[in-house]
Design a protein. Structure first.
Length: 254
């Protein structure tokens, strides 16, 4: 049986304790409830507080759950609702485009693939759910970075690796790409991340008009592009899919 990490178990216990009962507890209450030395409990709470998972009430000095947990919980629900709402539309997009379809969301410093529909042919393909894609070079990443301030900051401040000769790595050029993405409502990637592959993606918004992810198609350059440009019919199909999923999530403007 694999060994567990005691400090993580204790931190989880602190969060569960604050999630129930009185919701606001002092240091002594937490230490005694969990049968921990006060110094140990204080160290756990201080770390959780620094990460935003616990907050201290100024007047009483008692501790309560922090806003970061709310953000993580909301992200969890959004991702799963997003995937559930997008299933049928993603299948339709794969059939109409003849290409692989990816659904991605912001995760740490990249794009997490939460749904992948295979290209509808008999070719051998590998499921990429759970894979990470870069923010600065992929169509999914650029769309998310253009509409989500957190993703924008991660992409602008982080390292922008040059995967091919077409990858935009300088900050001024990258910001120009994001401006164009916002203006036209979609992003492209023609051999910027992988040689021989091109993709197009569009943003998905929820009922609060907040960006919650992106959907896109990826395929061989010779199929996705024509005369060096992304095929307009594929761009239109991807945008229609993004609008449909956004509408299902309650985004009225779509």
């Amino acid at each position: 049986m694999a060994r567990t990490i005691q400090s993580l178990e204790r931190a989880a216990a602190v969060l569960r304790l604050l999630a129930g009962g009185e919701r606001r507890l002092g240091l002594s209450d937490i230490a005694s409830s969990l049968e921990l030395p006060k110094g140990t409990a204080h160290g756990l709470i201080r770390t959780l507080q620094q990460e935003g998972f616990v907050e201290q009430e100024p007047t009483t000095g008692k501790y309560q759950l922090g806003a970061e947990l709310l953000r993580l919980g909301t992200s969890y629900l959004d991702v799963h609702e997003l995937r559930a709402r997008a299933l049928v539309w993603a299948d339709d997009l794969a059939r109409s485009s003849g290409e692989s379809v990816y659904l991605g969301v912001l995760h740490q410093q990249g794009v997490l693939i939460v749904h992948h529909v295979f290209r509808p042919d008999d070719s051998r393909q590998v499921l990429e759910v759970g894979a990470m894609q870069p923010l600065h070079s992929t169509a999914l990443g650029k769309v998310i970075a253009a509409h989500d301030p957190v993703a924008h900051s991660e992409a602008a401040d982080g390292e922008r690796q040059g995967f091919t000769e077409h990858t935009v790595t300088d900050l001024e050029g990258f910001e120009s790409v994001l401006d164009m993405t916002r203006a036209r409502g979609w992003a492209g990637d023609v051999e910027e991340t992988w040689e021989g592959l091109a993709s197009v993606a569009a943003p998905i918004h929820d009922r609060r008009r907040m960006p919650v992810g992106a959907v896109g198609v990826t395929g061989a350059v010779e199929r996705v592009c024509e005369d060096g440009e992304l095929r307009p019919r594929l761009v239109a199909a991807v945008r229609d899919c993004a609008r449909a999923v956004s509408r299902d999530l309650g985004a009225r403007r779509f």
